[in-house]
Ligand binder design. Structure first.
Ligand code: NAP
Ligand code: MG
Length: 453
């Protein structure tokens, strides 16, 4: 009998499902099925593969409300955000359905013949996803992996498997053949690691913590296995005095606290030019106080619980005993609640300033010059996201070019659009998701020379 895992609603600690945990043997079987399904899947005509992905997208859209409710119950994500993610999954699948016949090779002028390139699928690809945006993260990998003709095994974080399991069913209903996509709910140490060690898995695409990402990368080295990594962040929100300071302050709490801070793009280091610092703090606190905290099934709710008791304990280990400049409300009683907090640490080398807390905790410090702001922003092992607020276009562009981050925005806190590349500098990752660029990460480039003699 396989072990079972009880799935808990983090808002009220009730058990909402019980899931059989996959073992290494189950992973091996699914990988074998994926390998067997590979040759037929890669030969499906592009228009037909696109049609299947679109039908998958349409099935997601038709079941969006169910998926959103499942995500909210399993992960504690406020229902408004869950609905946005469910729509996002369908959009991502549509985008990659449309990309299939646009990822073209080239012909290259050479002596004595014709030379051409092909993008070949890799084969079986192992996808490993985190718990913070379960179905959305799954779609970011499923879309390009399937579009390019690979077959996949996907392992969601075992604590939040329900929406990914449902996506697996919807893919089958949509006509994606058996074996092309298998969902395995198991632990990272067993099932996830098996993707790393199994010789028939040609690539691992991972989203999660930097610590686990490093282990996966070194494990993949053994077989020179392809690997892409979307890892942690500690992104800077840089606000210059010449910005629309009120707009920057109004948006800054959501840019950290959304998804209860469990967001790799969270702009958790807020850098504010000294002359507007006090005004900004006032605006930040006023906007933060407006965020409705509580029952994630209520559409008015902006902030829900943290995902597990263990994660709550981790966040508390950073905030216990720390003097906050501002602390929000949090429900008492059952559920894994942590209040939103604004901290203005005296010591910028403290763990609160350097570590990805992954909770609703903003740290804020003043700066004086543009150079200083860039230096502080780049003083991190991470380089994922970030914002620059300024009305001076020259300054905004200089800073955007100087900040080491893969997904930046100016006068905005938005990071993610399926048609634009997303990923990290430095220890925030390797490779990119989204856009046409991601397709290169799921294919090998083959060159063929044809002699004319
Ligand atoms: P995690 O602990 O690293 O886990 C991520 C996934 O890896 C889970 O499915 C986990 O499985 C699995 N895993 C754990 N150990 C493994 C191993 N030895 N071999 C193979 N797989 C293993 O991360 P998390 O706590 O779920 O997610 C939070 C992190 O993800 C944060 O650091 C966040 O910044 C990052 N994140 C990054 C992005 C991005 O796009 N850059 C997006 C979202 C999240 P189990 O947990 O089931 O054991
Ligand atoms: Mg984990």
């Amino acid at each position: 009998m396989p072990d079972t895992l009880q799935i808990v609603n983090p808002a009220n600690e009730t058990v909402i499902a019980s899931v059989a945990l996959a073992t290494v043997d189950h992973a091996d079987e699914a990988i074998a099925r994926a390998k067997e399904a590979g040759p037929a899947w890669r030969m499906v005509a592009p228009a037909d593969r696109a049609r299947l992905l679109r039908r998958f997208a349409e099935a997601v859209a038709a079941n969006a409300e169910e998926l959103a409710q499942l995500e909210t119950a399993n992960m504690g994500m406020p229902i408004g955000a869950s609905r946005w993610c469910a729509t996002g999954v369908a959009d991502v699948l549509h985008y990659f359905a449309g990309a299939i016949d646009k990822h073209t090779g080239s012909t290259i002028p050479v002596a004595g013949g014709i030379d051409m390139t092909f993008h070949e699928p890799l084969g079986v690809v192992g996808l490993i996803t985190p718990w913070n945006f379960p179905m959305y993260m799954a779609s970011w990998k499923l879309g390009p992996a399937l579009a390019t003709g690979n077959t996949v095994v996907i392992k969601p974080a075992e604590i939040t498997p329900l929406t990914t399991m449902r996506l697996g069913e919807l893919a089958l209903d949509a006509g994606i053949p058996e074996g092309v996509l298998s969902v395995l709910v198991g632990t990272g140490a067993e099932v996830g690691w098996r993707f790393v060690t199994h010789p028939d898995v040609r690539k691992v695409a991972f989203t999660g913590s930097t610590a686990v990402g490093k282990r996966i990368m070194s494990g993949c080295a053994d077989q020179v296995k392809r690997v892409t990594l979307e890892l942690g962040g500690k992104s800077a929100n840089i606000v210059f005095a010449d910005a629309d300071v009120d707009a920057a302050a109004a948006g800054a709490p959501g840019a950290v606290f959304d998804n209860t801070g469990q967001d790799c793009c969270a702009r958790s280091r807020v850098l504010v030019q000294r002359s507007v610092f006090d005004r900004f703090v006032e605006g930040f606190e006023a906007a933060a106080a407006q965020l409705v905290v509580g029952d994630p099934t209520d559409p008015a709710t902006a902030i829900g619980p943290l995902v597990t008791a263990a994660h709550l304990a981790k966040v508390r280990s950073y905030t216990d005993g720390v003097r906050a400049t501002w602390t929000g409300e949090a429900p008492s009683g059952s559920g894994f609640w942590h209040p939103c907090m604004l901290l203005t640490p005296d010591d910028p080398s403290s763990a609160l300033w350097t570590d990805e807390v992954f909770g609703p905790v903003a740290t804020m410090i003043p700066f004086d010059t543009e150079e200083e702001a860039v230096a502080i922003a780049n003083d991190s092992v991470y380089g994922l996201s970030g914002s620059i607020w300024s009305r001076d276009i020259g300054r905004a562009l200089r800073v955007a070019r100087a900040v080491e981050g893969g997904a930046l925005s100016v006068n905005s806190n938005s990071s993610v659009r399926y048609a634009t590349p997303f990923g990290g500098f430095k220890q925030s990752g390797l490779g990119r998701e989204h856009s046409m660029h991601v397709l290169d990460h799921y294919t090998e480039l083959k060159n063929v020379f044809i002699s004319m003699t």
